[in-house]
Design a protein around this ligand. Structure first.
Ligand SMILES: Cc1ncc(COP(=O)(O)O)c(C=O)c1O
Length: 395
């Protein structure tokens, strides 16, 4: 039985997969079982932040695995405490962290924290969470419901929890707030929804308004966080201090992790929340190594240089193929190129794959690029050369 048949027979078929068999990777380059190389401009959907086969991360994981992988949250976990302290320093204002295993789990934790805040703070137990259309917050029943895209609310999975509603944009949020609203949850750059970055002054005005009303601002930085925007948090570009921030994806370079970060340190009490694997030795040690690598990448200017090259290449590609592309979107190394329509996007992704470069889809018609943050200049240029060649084949 070949591996494709094995996958189709024994794995529940929830993904539309490419049947390529990757064997190893070096930074932003993947190699399949025939030796063919691919420039990876997806980083496993924003996860492999320090690149494939990163020697420092591999060494940290191996060293940790040889000592301890897991003991449970019934006992103190040294790298968990250190990672929480490091996150506190990088966030820049006083926060504490809860660790889980994924973005959806982090958002679930954020919603629980907000609802408990709603009970403690207001006589009428506020519980409603407002989110935006085109948002994406996860695949659990609650985070699917928090996701403002009707196509995700399949009747097969109903009933969904109550207390979620959506508005078209930031400007419409205000009118939807009522005396049961406890939180507004948004991405600053909508990832799955089409790589849409919101306006800085709109976000600052919203943050000021919510603070005045004592309604929580939850920023989902599962995709935009961990230096992807050029700063540790996209939040820092926007000059705001949200009540709750969630992280996952790039935080441990591929080891599953999620984080709920909050300045409200006294809402959760022992027993309110938990996670068997969350924050264990392996993931938090990996997280520490990743943050160490990426902090120096930012401090020595490599990250800025990569972002500048990326921007130049994106604009050049967009301008070179006006029949295919409309505009460049996003921030830092979280970018999209809006295509003229969804069919064109589908063809580009297919041709790009044939030409040895991996790219993603977002929304209906956005080509999404999330390279590893450590991508070399050569890999970047080669990736765009291949992408341009793929576009030229579409005439
Ligand atoms: C903004 C955002 N939130 C939440 C999630 C869900 O994360 P996970 O798949 O780790 O549960 C994602 C995943 O793409 C995301 O982009």
């Amino acid at each position: 039985m070949n591996f494709e048949t094995m996958d189709k027979t024994y794995v529940l078929q929830t993904y539309g997969r490419n049947y390529v068999n990757f064997k190893h990777g070096i930074n932003a380059t993947l190699f399949d079982d025939t030796g063919k190389d691919f420039i990876d401009l997806t980083s496993g959907i924003g996860v492999v932040s320090v690149g494939h086969g990163n020697a420092r991360l591999a060494e940290a994981i191996c060293d940790q695995a040889r000592h301890l992988i897991h003991t449970s949250n019934l006992y103190m976990i040294e790298p968990q405490a250190k990672l929480a302290k490091k996150i506190n320093e990088l966030v820049g204002y006083d926060v504490a962290v809860f660790f889980g295993n994924s973005g959806a789990e982090a958002n679930e934790g954020a919603i629980k924290l907000a609802r408990k805040y709603g009970e403690k703070k207001f006589a009428n137990k506020r519980y409603k969470v407002l989110t935006l259309e085109h948002s994406f917050h996860g695949r659990t029943i609650t985070t699917v419901k928090a996701t403002g895209q009707e196509s995700f609310h399949k009747s097969a999975f109903a009933p969904y929890p109550e207390g979620f509603s959506y508005t078209k944009g930031i400007a419409d949020l205000y009118a939807s707030i009522d005396d049961e609203t406890v939180a507004v949850m948004i991405e600053l750059i909508q990832g799955e929804g089409g790589v849409k970055a919101f306006d800085v002054s709109d976000i600052q005005a919203l943050a000021r308004f919510l603070k005045e009303k004592e309604i929580l601002l939850i920023i989902d930085e599962v995709q935009s966080g961990v230096f992807r925007s050029g700063e540790f948090l996209a939040t820092q570009h926007y000059g705001i201090e949200p009540d709750i921030i969630t992280l996952a994806k790039g935080l441990a370079g591929g080891v599953p992790i999620g984080a709920v970060i909050s300045k409200h340190k006294d809402i959760f009490e022992a027993g309110d929340h938990g996670s068997t694997f969350g924050g264990n030795y392996l993931s938090t040690r990996a997280g520490l190594e990743v943050l160490d690598i990426l902090s120096s990448y930012q401090n020595n200017g490599f990250l800025r240089e990569s972002i500048e090259i990326f921007e130049r290449e994106l604009n050049a590609l967009c301008n070179a193929y006006p029949a295919l592309f409309e505009s460049v979107e996003g921030l830092g190394l979280m970018r999209g190129i809006r295509c003229v329509n969804g069919d064109v996007l589908g063809n580009i992704i297919k041709k790009a794959f044939e030409n040895g470069v991996l790219v993603l889809k977002a929304g209906k018609n956005t080509l999404r690029l999330l390279p590893p943050l450590t991508i070399s200049n050569e890999e970047m240029y080669e990736g765009f050369r291949r992408l341009s060649h793929a576009c030229s084949q579409l005439g």
